[in-house]
Design a protein around this ligand. Structure first.
Ligand code: SF4
Length: 400
């Protein structure tokens, strides 16, 4: 039975290509974001704190020393810090603060009985399902008043709102797992410890919501199983992706970035992009110029029409060119979709002349009215719907 973890499903939704690198091609990478590194160290400290709790309450200073020792021992060259102005020590101090806040809020850590720490669970998605799910519950507890509790530590810096947590797939899926593995867990509480905010948030799932979640996850797994293309999807998450050297949307950037700046121009891809960018900018400048000139021409055209009308001329002489200004009355029919348009069409049909201007072709209507082709009463009725406006054509002739 194919088994999927919640992080595997989330990876597919975020970027199918990264999913392929990790779960299909199984390409190992040791690079990790400092945020993930901090998260792991925080989880380890909590696991140790609650393991020791069976025997004693670990003093805060000892817990912090445990955390700092693990930080130093596990720090490696491939921990990536995206915020250039920050250092590893900044993040280490941040983690210390998370531990201190958590410790003060939850001391003496006796809010129920610990059922499992970093508990690995595997279970079928639903009875008779072709798919299985797996995951690791940070802390599984039995509350003093009876319900099971799934506790999850979040060290991220973005605060989810209640609606997001009520929709959260990870703990919802864990609840399905817990209730499958321990049928006595009739009631389950989902609890998030948002340690960057020293905040605890909770949610519950109705049986209907869990059924909906099973169907949603089965649908997503169907999509994954049918996937053949594994297209890259660029997003802010690329900043934490360790596969840039393999990804078609990033690998040329990696290649060029590795060259000294003064050799960029010699790289064939860079030369193509530079040439393209130069022409594209030039085209944009020219288009802006054309637009400006078109605006000027429109203004001059208006001036020419006014001059021709005032002077009673059709041709205006210039130094080395002439402008011909021709005015013509044009019939304007009401706009498509308007009530007047519908009424006019009915009128034309009633008068039996519709076929002559089929689809209310404005030039055909104009010609019929201008030629006085129809009887006077028809024309009078039609004229109620149309207006006449003078349209000018201004043509330049360079023949001097
Ligand atoms: S760099 Fe971005 S687009 Fe490329 S594989 Fe990684 S997450 Fe996907």
């Amino acid at each position: 039975m194919p088994e999927y973890s919640i992080s595997q499903l989330a990876t597919f939704e975020e970027c199918a290509l990264q999913y392929r690198f990790i779960y299909v091609d199984r390409i190992k990478r040791y690079e990790e974001g400092v945020e993930a590194f901090l998260g792991k160290r925080f989880h380890e400290a909590m696991e140790w704190l609650y393991r020791e709790r069976a025997f004693r309450i670990v003093p805060l200073e000892e817990l912090l020393a445990y955390y700092e020792k693990a930080w130093a021992e596990k720090w490696h060259a491939e921990v990536k810090i995206n915020q250039k102005e920050r250092t590893g020590d900044d993040y280490k101090l941040l983690g210390r603060r998370f531990i201190e806040d958590y410790y003060k809020r939850h001391h003496p850590f006796d809010e129920g009985r610990v059922l499992g720490l970093e508990r690995y669970i595997r279970f079928p998605l639903a009875e008779g399902s072709r798919y299985g799910c797996k995951g690791i519950i940070d802390r599984l507890m039995l509350a003093p008043d009876g319900p099971f509790e799934i506790h999850d530590y979040k060290t991220g810096s973005s605060l989810p709102d209640q609606a997001e947590l009520d929709e959260d797939r990870q703990l919802g899926l864990y609840q399905i797992g817990v209730q499958t593995l321990w049928p006595e867990a009739k009631e389950v509480r989902l609890i998030w410890h948002l340690v960057a905010f020293d905040l605890e948030m909770r949610s519950r799932r109705t049986p209907e919501a869990l059924e909906g979640l099973k169907a949603e996850i089965a649908g997503l797994i169907d999509r994954i199983e049918a996937e053949r293309e594994f297209a890259p999807h660029e997003s802010a998450l690329c900043n934490w992706c360790p596969y840039w050297d393999l990804c078609p949307v990033k690998k040329h950037l990696v290649k060029v970035g590795a060259l000294p700046r003064d050799r960029w121009k010699d790289e064939p891809g860079v030369a193509i992009v530079d040439a393209y960018a130069e022409r594209w900018r030039k085209k944009r400048e020219l288009e802006a110029e054309v637009k400006a000139v078109e605006g000027e021409l429109d203004e001059i055209k208006d001036a020419a029409i006014a001059f021709a009308e005032k002077e009673g001329v059709q041709v205006i002489a210039g130094t080395d060119a002439r402008l011909r200004v021709t005015g013509k009355d044009r019939i304007t029919a009401p706009g498509k979709g308007s009530e007047e348009r519908q009424a006019l069409e009915l009128e034309l049909r009633a008068a039996g002349v519709w076929d002559e201007v089929a689809m209310l072709d404005a030039p055909a209507l104009e010609k019929a009215v201008a030629e006085g082709r129809w009887a006077g009463d028809i024309l009078d009725r039609i004229k109620a719907y149309v207006s006449t406006e003078k349209r000018y054509t201004v043509t330049l002739k360079e023949d001097f």
